[in-house]
Design a protein around this ligand. Structure first.
Ligand code: DX5
Ligand code: ZN
Length: 223
């Protein structure tokens, strides 16, 4: 079973409420919320007030991807805004374990992300403390980029580690994923699939999501 998490970054920002309903009706499982601060990444997107405004209008799982420096400063804000999952970047934390503990102290799922330039070995020690690992398949900052195939080996490494250590860990992939290449990510072990432009950018999001599920089912993980 895979979960499809369309990224709000590719939504119509003048019609967020209606656009979120459109992708929920199309069968999305999660809503992926890309928060960018113009410092950790070169782009600025939106923050907790936008998430809080959408919360009463959607029952989707709010999957908040924090691409911000020192995210520990804002954990409380995003919990209050209605996050169900909070993802921090390993690269953005002065003390990653402290940030993990700050998230785990709340009633939310805790995840850690690594950018393409970060070796997966740096993430491994944190896996036992996480509900989800996010392997970035593009350099974070912008939607609409092409998936970097070399990142998929990291998915495989995390999956192998999780299975061999009995961890109940979700593995999310994010960036450049569409029906044509989603099978590469599921075959490597991913089970939560972010897709921004492919889903929000489509006039037929239901078909796109169905095609992604179909391709995922045809390309299951093989150890
Ligand atoms: C990139 C973001 C992604 C992005 C995905 O920094 O984390 O979530 O919006 O968009 P697509 O699917 O268009 O690559
Ligand atoms: Zn993201």
């Amino acid at each position: 079973m895979i979960y499809v998490a369309p990224s709000l970054l590719a939504a119509d920002f003048a019609n967020l409420k209606a656009d979120v309903k459109r992708i929920a009706d199309a069968g999305a499982n999660y809503l992926h919320l890309d928060v960018m601060d113009g410092a950790f990444v070169p782009n600025i997107s939106f923050g907790a007030p936008v998430i809080a405004s959408l919360r009463p209008h959607s029952r989707l799982i709010f999957d908040v991807h924090l691409m911000i420096m020192d995210p520990i400063r804002y954990i409380e804000d995003f919990v209050k805004a209605g996050a169900d999952i909070i993802t921090i970047h390993l690269e953005s934390c002065a003390d990653p374990m402290k940030a993990i503990q700050a998230i785990r102290a709340r009633e939310v799922r805790c995840a850690m992300a690594i950018s393409p330039a970060t070796p997966v070995e740096k993430l491994i020690p944190f896996l036992p403390h996480l509900d989800m690992a996010l392997i970035m398949t593009v350099v974070p900052g912008f939607g609409g980029q092409a998936l970097i195939p070399e990142t998929l080996e990291k998915v495989r490494t995390v999956k192998r580690y999780a299975d061999s250590h009995g961890l109940n860990l979700d593995i999310e992939v994010d960036g450049g994923i569409k029906p044509e290449n989603v099978g590469l990510t599921t075959a490597a072990g991913a089970n939560i699939i972010v897709a921004g432009s492919a889903v929000f950018g489509s006039k037929q999001p239901r078909t796109v999501i169905e095609d992604m599920r179909k391709s995922a089912a045809e390309h299951p993980y093989q150890a």
